[in-house]
Design a protein around this ligand. Structure first.
Ligand SMILES: [Zn+2]
Ligand SMILES: [Zn+2]
Length: 344
């Protein structure tokens, strides 16, 4: 489709008009992509914790009204002037991290993930809670034919974060790697850890998650309600890497005691509470703390291709829009063990 494609009508948008104001369904004109933009017809959009930051207004600098949603799969149905990478109407992309400026010091060094003016889909601009959305081309990743849209959405958020952090963690096949939390994020982390050849320990709360952890590929399950998870990891020699997915700073802090020498706690569960690690805990055994935030669209394509190769898939449920919006706007549901796809 050319840059001069004409808008073909209106579309539904699920937007937040002000922090704490809940969702409204509004009609807007289908937007035309400007120069350097593509338009995506949204087929599906996952519901994620980060959406709650828009619902509640807890992320700084959001301008409202805003349509959240960053776990998007769809087709490119129009491109703006100057876009050469995405042309065909049938191209299926997933929209991940929201775009770069290409001029800041980090971008000039090729470190696009740490762009100082990083855009975040569904926060910096309207995301996938609408029938069509505009995005910069660098935010798009091609979806392999064998990956369903409903799977591609979550894989471009929690998938890319767990895949990319673990593949850069330094852990080698056979190393003990623990994944804390087996919810929306951790259930993918456990699968990747297994497929990477790690001795995979899943840490969850309550015995009822043991069967799920085993099904996802965990070699062992540690119930942190009945045992001290750090001590259990030490009995096994200590974990080379602990991937902390549940956003509980106290739990993350306690897990530092489960690291092996040269072990690393990788923090991906978003919390605003401080960690309480004593310096001596890190100095002794040369341990490290590291944060990790998702990856570039190219990392997203790597994630999707690895999932195609290995069979790693998110657990998803699909809901009618109204039900999904209720879940997206509810604190109670934000840590559901499954991801939700929205079909607008
Ligand atoms: Zn997400
Ligand atoms: Zn930059």
């Amino acid at each position: 489709m050319s840059a001069t494609a004409v808008a073909v009508g209106t579309m539904k948008v699920a937007q937040i008009s002000k922090p704490g104001g809940g969702f409204q369904i509004v009609e807007r004109e289908i937007p035309e992509p400007g120069a350097g933009q593509v338009r995506v017809k949204v087929n599906v959009c996952g519901v994620c914790h980060r959406d709650a930051l828009v619902v509640e207004g807890s992320w700084p600098g959001i301008s409202y009204p805003r349509a959240p949603g960053h776990e998007i799969a769809g087709v490119v149905d129009a491109v703006g002037a100057g876009v050469s990478e995405w042309k065909k109407v049938s191209e299926s992309p997933s929209v991940g991290t929201g775009g770069n400026d290409f001029t800041c010091p980090e971008c000039r060094r090729g470190d696009f993930m740490n762009c100082r003016n990083q855009k975040v889909t569904g926060i910096s601009y309207d995301g996938g809670y609408q029938e069509h959305m505009l995005a910069p081309p660098e935010a798009l990743a091609a979806i392999p034919d064998s990956i369903r849209d409903v799977d591609a959405g979550p894989l471009m958020c929690t998938g890319i974060t767990t895949f990319n952090s673990l593949r850069h963690s330094g852990a080698l096949p056979g190393d003990l790697v623990a994944v804390q939390g087996i919810g929306g994020v951790g259930h993918l982390g456990v699968q990747f850890a297994n497929k990477f050849g790690y001795r995979t320990a899943a840490i969850g709360r309550g015995s009822e998650n043991a069967a799920l952890a085993e099904k996802l590929g965990a070699n062992l399950y540690i119930d942190s309600e009945s045992v001290n998870a750090a001590e259990e990891l030490q009995k096994l020699g200590g974990a080379r890497v602990i991937l902390a997915t549940a956003p509980n700073s106290k739990t993350m802090t306690e897990l530092v005691g489960g690291l092996s020498s040269n072990g690393k706690l990788i923090v991906i569960g978003i919390s605003f509470d401080p960690l309480g690690v004593a310096p001596v805990q890190l100095i002794s055994g040369r341990k490290a703390l590291q944060g990790w935030a998702s990856g570039t669209a190219a990392d997203g394509e790597d994630t999707l291709r690895f999932c195609e190769l290995s069979g790693v898939r998110p657990m998803t449920e699909t809901f009618p829009l109204a039900d999904a919006l209720q879940k997206a706007g509810s604190k109670k549901n934000r840590w559901s063990p499954t991801k939700f796809g929205i079909s607008l």
